[in-house]
Write a protein of this length. Structure first.
Lengths: 359, 439
């Protein structure tokens, strides 16, 4: 981690934002409108579990067959991990997150208000128009909490700051073949977008130095979230490196800049402009084609689909993604993990065996 | 050849054969007096007609290719548009349930798992994908779809599943996306969104059917669907009578036509007949469970492969499962349907199923049903395969126990995969539940 300055923790960022007089929203995965939150006076800090938090408290509200992110996020909340946040935003990503928002809103009723955002499952004009209206509704709720209704100038500042950070993220991915950083450092920076203010993230991402990239068999990583970070150490140890990704916590959130005048329409166009994604209703063949193009461009030799247990949107796609990519000569390994904070020996062995077959 | 097959195999030979079969079954049911030792009353005679209707439907499916346009749809989909255009409609969920009830689901699930589909995905989807890949089905053959219609008002799972079907068949997939209802009433932008998508079905369906949409015909189908749904609701509400003339297990069995054939004249007629039969039972003082001691509400999908044994087991202990949130779902929305304003009213109807509403609203629905059906307890089927129905049940159970004051049991199972059902453990938990109601 030599190339990176020490990064603050999410809790430190939360305290810092509060000290600066800004509100903080805890945001569940994974598509949401950053400029809107910013314009309405909120700083988003994302919650992907967190890994390692015991399932116990969450298990009192959700069955054993429920996604780890949902159960551990509930545990985290009930253990006081979200104390101090001013709102919880749950985008409608899947049935499990729908259940989380519903249970939090109806039964757990945490102190911070629970806000929801329905994400349409298409990219048709009707979806774009609906999303714009849905974002307007969310904006009104955020403004109601913060007392801040953005004017034209505030919108422009928010779009500019978040747009700069998005450009820096896209630039990070574009510079990847020339970066000296290993995968662990690279993803530490990518994931800093989940909690750092946009300006800090942009500075961090653009400062990552170029140089001789680490050697190794090229892999593409798909799925939800690459936890724990030791995953990358293990991949490096067995002679592999990640050269591209299709992670929900990564490249699936490379949004194009929307250009329409109305801020809500602009936000909607941006959110719906990302790459093919199983949670958006895109055809599986379109997703497979996108993966193939990315792998060819980056020189990846195989795909690892890396998911938390019980992730239905991912599970349905895997057999056909495997079939389509096999036709293009790319093998696929599907790995399911529990977000315990560690990796099982079985997972390590499977990854190692997969990498060996690619040499 | 396909028209000839339809004419001979379905119209001239198949339908009369099924009619004879139904008449034989009706005679047999008339003689079935169910001796005093049996805990359940004889089945409703209407079951013979229901079987005839469903068998006729699947029989036509074997011969329909090239004769009528074919659509595969989700159980919450707005089929009235398709029905008005003459589509033959296939419900993969209903087909999967049929496989489950006939104990064929496990091997079909395993066929899907062999092809890489995880055991953690919905067992309806696995059953149908397994059937698709293996060609194994109890109905002979399902026709290939010309169109897929997927509505997300029951879960997002159906969209993942229909994307797989679209990839397999290479036919158009039309989506009706229905924003989840965290609040009590849909918001104007949500209704407008769904309405716009409903209207967009029309040109896609016209292309697949190669015929023009008729608003008059559409309004007629909506009116029939409304009447059938209203009659279905009246049938279910007859279970408020004590003793109840039917069980929720009866309603699971008789659900087929309202799901698959809603909007057809024969369906409306069938439910009118069934209602009359249920009323005759009430007049004669016949209860579906011989010695009804406890009345119970069922939440979530049925356990299709255990309907008979579970129904017998509970009846033997004087327990009548009088109502279910599941069967109710096809009746409770009938009042919202308006043939005079079909698109707008359908937008509201299709946004509103219980599965598209929050866990708190579902608890409220259960609270009302406990009151209306005088239920002494609630069985919440914690269905491994149906996450949107099941997530929230732990808090709902606590609410039923602590706020409503009735015993409530979380029963772990799966609607179609018997490998997720532990018979002995379930029996033990059900015994304890019945004891609690005994007080």
């Amino acid at each position: 981690m030599g190339a990176l300055p020490p990064l603050p923790s999410r809790r430190e960022v939360l305290d810092r934002e509060h000290a600066a007089g800004r509100r903080v929203a805890a945001v569940l995965p994974y598509h949401y409108p950053r400029p809107l939150l910013r314009a309405c006076g909120f700083h988003p800090i994302e919650l992907w579990g967190p890994p390692g938090v015991p399932r116990d408290e969450g298990g009192r509200h959700f069955q054993a067959y429920t996604c780890d992110i949902v159960v551990r996020a509930t545990s985290f909340l009930l253990r006081g991990g979200l104390d101090g946040v001013d709102a919880i935003l749950v985008p409608h990503t899947c049935d499990a997150l729908q259940g989380l928002a519903s249970v939090l809103g109806d039964f757990v009723r945490p102190a911070p208000p629970v806000l929801t955002l329905y994400l349409p499952r298409g990219r048709r004009p009707a979806d774009r128009d609906f999303l714009a209206a849905e974002l307007r509704r969310l904006g009104a709720a955020l403004s109601g909490l913060s007392g801040i209704t953005p004017d034209g100038g505030a919108w422009e500042k928010a779009f500019t700051a978040e747009g700069t950070a998005d450009t820096a993220l896209a630039g990070l991915y574009a510079r990847r073949p020339r970066l000296a950083a290993g995968d662990r450092e690279f993803y530490a920076v990518v994931r800093a977008r989940e909690y750092l203010p946009a300006e800090e993230f942009a500075a961090l991402a653009t400062a990552l130095p170029e140089g001789e990239p680490p050697a190794g068999v090229g892999l593409m990583l798909s799925g939800i979230v690459a936890e724990p970070p030791e995953l990358f150490d293990h991949l490096a140890a067995v002679g592999a490196r990640v050269v591209a990704d299709d992670l929900a916590s990564g490249a699936r959130r490379l949004y194009p800049a929307g250009e329409e005048g109305d801020p809500f329409a602009r936000l909607a166009a941006g959110l719906l402009g990302g790459p093919p994604d199983p949670t958006r209703g895109d055809p599986i063949a379109a997703r497979a084609s996108h993966l193939r193009q990315q792998m060819e461009a980056a020189g990846a030799r195989g795909l690892v689909v890396y998911d938390p247990k019980f992730c239905e949107p991912e599970l349905f796609d895997v057999p056909l993604v495997r079939k389509h990519l096999a036709a293009a000569g790319f093998p696929v390994l599907h790995v399911e993990v529990e977000l315990t904070g560690g990796l099982s020996q079985q997972t390590l062995t499977r990854l190692e065996a997969f990498v060996e077959t690619l040499r | 050849m396909s028209r000839l097959g339809h004419l001979v195999g379905y119209r001239l030979v198949g339908r009369p054969g099924l009619r004879l079969q139904r008449q034989r079954e009706e005679r047999r049911l008339e003689k079935d007096s169910a001796g005093p030792g049996r805990p359940l009353a004889p089945p409703l005679r209407s079951i013979a007609r229901m079987r005839e209707m469903m068998s006729r439907h699947y029989l036509e499916g074997r011969h329909v290719q090239g004769v009528r346009p074919v659509a595969w749809v989700t159980s919450g989909a707005p089929t009235e548009i398709l029905t008005s255009l003459g589509f033959f409609v296939v419900y993969p969920e209903n087909h999967a349930a049929l496989c489950g009830a006939r104990r064929r689901a496990q091997r079909l699930c395993e066929a899907a798992e062999d092809a890489g589909y995880s055991r953690d995905i919905c067992s309806y989807a696995r059953t149908d994908i397994g059937s698709l890949l293996s060609g194994d089905t109890p109905v002979g053959r399902l026709p290939r779809p010309d169109l897929l219609l997927c509505c997300t008002n029951i879960c997002q799972t159906v969209l993942y599943w229909y994307r797989v079907l679209a990839d397999h068949f290479g036919c158009p997939l039309v989506l009706v996306d229905t924003p989840f209802q965290y609040g009590e009433e849909p918001l104007p932008h949500e209704v407008a969104y769904v309405r716009r998508q409903l209207e967009a079905i029309v040109p896609a369906a016209e292309r697949a059917a190669r015929r023009s949409f008729s608003e008059r015909r559409f309004a007629l189908v909506v009116a029939r669907a409304k009447e059938a749904s209203e009659t279905w609701l009246q049938i279910l509400e007859r279970a408020r009578h004590r003793p109840s003339p039917l069980t929720a297990f009866d309603s699971f069995t008789h659900l087929g036509p309202i799901v698959d054939l809603r909007g057809e004249e024969a369906t409306t007629a069938y439910y009118r007949e069934m209602l009359a039969e249920v009323d005759r039972r009430i007049a004669a003082g016949v209860g579906a469970v011989r010695h009804e001691r406890h009345r119970v509400l069922w939440d979530n999908l049925p356990i299709w492969y255990r309907i008979g044994p579970l129904s017998q087991w509970l009846a033997a202990r004087g327990v009548n499962v009088v109502a279910s949130t599941y069967a109710n779902a096809w009746g409770e929305l009938a009042p919202l349907m308006d043939p005079a304003d079909p698109f707008e009213s359908m937008a509201r109807v299709y946004l509103h199923p219980i599965l598209n509403r929050s866990a708190g609203q579902k608890l409220e629905a259960m609270r009302r049903m406990v009151r209306d059906y005088s239920a002494d307890g609630v069985i919440l089927h914690s269905d491994r395969s149906c996450k949107p129905y099941s997530l929230g049940q732990i808090d709902q159970r606590d609410g039923l126990v602590n706020q409503v004051g009735v015993p409530a049991l979380l029963l772990d199972a799966d609607h179609n995969d018997p490998r997720a059902f532990a018979e002995e453990q379930a029996a033990g938990r059900l015994e304890a539940f019945v004891e609690m109601m005994d007080g």
